[in-house]
Write a protein that binds this ligand. Structure first.
Ligand code: CUK
Ligand code: CUA
Length: 613
């Protein structure tokens, strides 16, 4: 592109950028390698090919949507490294099969699936601390915590009074709360009252303690909420919403041209809870944050309702904490909300300081830390790059702040840039999570994969560059991209972190602890289980506990018990337990499910269930 001369106005520069971007799009610039580039692509993007044996620079945690899991990708390779089951059941990990995970899922409602949307990694001082990831269940009103030492789900909170937890995000700078944003309006409590009176329905904003995973308090609001993001200073938390009409049909929900972004004043809510200004519903203090609540009348309302056009969907706070940007979804603009101004203005609408016209169907926004925002355009199938301060300077509805647009394939939902949710984004890679892939991959029947596209955003001069397509099983919504060195996964389990007793070789026991109950504690190693056979009686309850005594990383065993629906995994130094009923007499070959050595197939043991006489 032509370099702007020094006398050029900022806005002219933006226009020049937009033209260059448009031309780039026409030229079908999709990251061809330049022969003289030494591995560089034409736009100066670093080579996204990570050679065999080399490690990626970033972790990307993608939600699996209605698959109910989290996928872990390496970036920039986009190699899928691991899946973390969360609300689903997953046999390779024994998740939902061993006693601990089975009880956790049971206590969290007993559902067999969930709909993960927003994985957010915990932060300290507005930077990833590598401790936890959190993710919502949009289907069943839950929030899960994933331990990033072991990459496993370690707690699930079933959020009372919330049907459908959509937005999920942390209150920063130090992850004081994890917020679950309630979507569906329903009677509260939902015990049969008001079923025919939708005006009495409500939705709540829930603050969860990340250590205990208990709901500390909730705020009841008007209208539907949707997504959420927290300011970086611990005061304001923003949610988008639709259906301020409080309708129950689509036509009722889209009647009005405006909806509400809600700004929750966290310290003011805490003060209301402290002062006892709440009603306890299903054991949770619920504060009234509806517009006519007395708590919203004074100078320091607990919730500010900011009218925005029309069914705003994504909201995200800029890295410098200056603005919250809400995307219009059914309106071609984004609303730039000045966070500091929110404290000063009496009419919250005055805090909206920019409204750039971005394109059709703006959904979600990410940041590069250089003053640009990147917004997905669902209907236009594009990512638009725009200048945030230029949008504040420009007239409402101006397209001038637009720097560049790039086509994506097709219909993007979220997009996420590296470390975009922190105060210091890296500004190099961006993933566009596209809902449709159409003809980009080999056909696999009527259900297509989705398409996660990697885009290089590190070159402001030459523009965005599409680098990679990655087919993805339905359906990632959001992601968090974290520098690899901020996460320190364990290589093997620390037995101290496990509640069950470690059983070494020679310590194995079979004990009849009651007339109809047998307790087995044994070890596993290449290529044996602690007992070559275990005999119980028909009708016994069997508690089977197995320790993997391997010290070598990567040597996993599992215990599969045919016809008992059991597969529990034991990673090195891990102890796992399963309790089951031995109801049917017979011989059952218990075997190891991981190909652990050349004698893996011989690694088995007999469960003998003796007939009752
Ligand atoms: S929502 Cu899915 S595309 Cu759940 Cu964040 Cu917007
Ligand atoms: Cu252990 Cu195969």
């Amino acid at each position: 592109m032509i370099l702007p001369n020094l006398g050029m106005e900022r806005r002219d520069f933006m226009k020049a950028g937009a033209v260059a971007g448009a031309l780039g799009g026409l030229a079908g610039c999709t990251g061809m390698l330049d022969d003289n580039s030494g591995g560089q692509t034409t736009n100066g993007a670093p080579n996204a090919h990570v050679p065999p044996g080399e490690l990626d620079e970033y972790y990307a945690f993608l939600s699996g949507g209605h698959s109910g899991d989290i996928r872990v990708l390496g970036l920039p390779s986009m190699r899928e490294i691991m899946k973390i089951p969360v609300f689903n059941h997953e046999s390779a990990r024994g998740y939902g099969f061993d006693d601990k995970s089975r009880e956790m899922l049971e206590e969290a409602g007993g559902y067999t699936w969930g709909d993960t949307h927003h994985p957010r990694v915990s932060q300290t001082d507005n930077d990833y601390d590598g401790r936890w990831a959190f993710v919502n269940d949009k289907a069943n009103g839950r929030m899960a915590r994933i331990d990033l030492q072991y990459f496993e789900t370690d707690a699930i909170c079933n959020i009372p009074n919330q049907q459908g937890t959509h937005g999920a995000c942390c209150v920063l700078p130090d992850t004081k709360y994890v917020i679950g944003v309630g979507e569906f309006r329903a009677p509260i409590p939902n015990d049969g009252r008001d079923v025919d009176d939708p005006s009495e329905y409500g939705s709540v904003f829930a603050a969860i303690n990340p250590e205990t995973m208990n709901v500390e308090w909730e705020v009841l609001v008007d209208g539907n909420m949707d997504n959420g993001d927290g300011g970086k200073e611990g005061k304001w938390f923003f949610t988008t919403g639709y259906n301020s009409e409080e309708g129950v049909t689509e036509s009722e929900m889209t009647r009005s041209d405006r909806d509400m972004v809600k700004a929750f004043n966290i310290p003011a809510i805490e003060a209301a809870v402290e002062a006892g200004n709440y009603e306890t519903i299903n054991e949770v203090p619920v504060v009234d944050g509806r517009q006519d609540s007395s708590l919203n009348q004074g100078d320091d309302p607990i919730v500010k309702y900011i009218p925005t056009p029309k069914s705003p969907h994504g909201v995200s706070v800029t890295p410098d904490n200056k603005y919250a940007i809400a995307s219009g979804k059914l309106d071609p603009t984004a609303s730039v909300i000045d966070i500091e101004a929110l404290d000063e203005v009496s009419d919250p609408e005055e805090a909206i300081v920019g409204r750039p016209r971005l394109g059709m169907g703006p959904l979600h926004t990410a940041y590069d830390g250089r003053g640009h925002a990147y917004t997905t355009l669902f209907i236009d199938s594009q990512v638009v790059k725009w200048d945030i301060e230029a949008a504040v300077e420009a007239e409402a509805m101006s397209e001038d702040p637009v720097v560049e647009k790039i086509d994506v394939h097709y219909n993007p939902g979220h997009l996420i840039a590296s470390e975009s949710y922190t105060s210091d984004p890296e500004g190099d890679w961006l993933i566009s999570l596209n809902k449709l892939s159409k003809d980009r991959f080999l056909p696999v029947g009527p259900m297509h994969p989705e398409n996660d596209q990697l885009i290089y955003i590190g070159d402001d001069e030459n523009g965005m560059e599409l680098v990679k397509d990655k087919p993805s099983y339905a359906e990632p919504h959001d992601a968090s991209i974290v520098q690899a060195d901020k996460i320190e996964p364990a290589k093997v389990y620390d037995p101290e972190d496990i509640d069950l007793e470690y059983t070494g070789a020679g310590d194995e026991t079979i004990e009849r602890v009651a007339d109809d109950r047998v307790e087995v504690k044994m070890y596993s190693m290449r290529n044996e289980f602690g007992f070559p056979e275990i005999t119980v009686k028909e009708g016994d309850t069997v508690e089977m506990q197995v320790t993997n005594i391997e010290q070598t990383s990567d040597i996993l065993h599992s215990l599969v018990i045919p016809e008992h629906d059991i597969n529990i995994k034991m990673a090195p130094q891990e102890t796992t337990k399963v309790t089951f009923e031995a109801d049917d007499p017979g011989v059952y070959w218990m075997y190891c499910g991981f190909f652990c050595s050349a004698l893996h197939l011989e690694m088995r043991s007999r469960l003998i269930v003796q007939p009752e006489d």
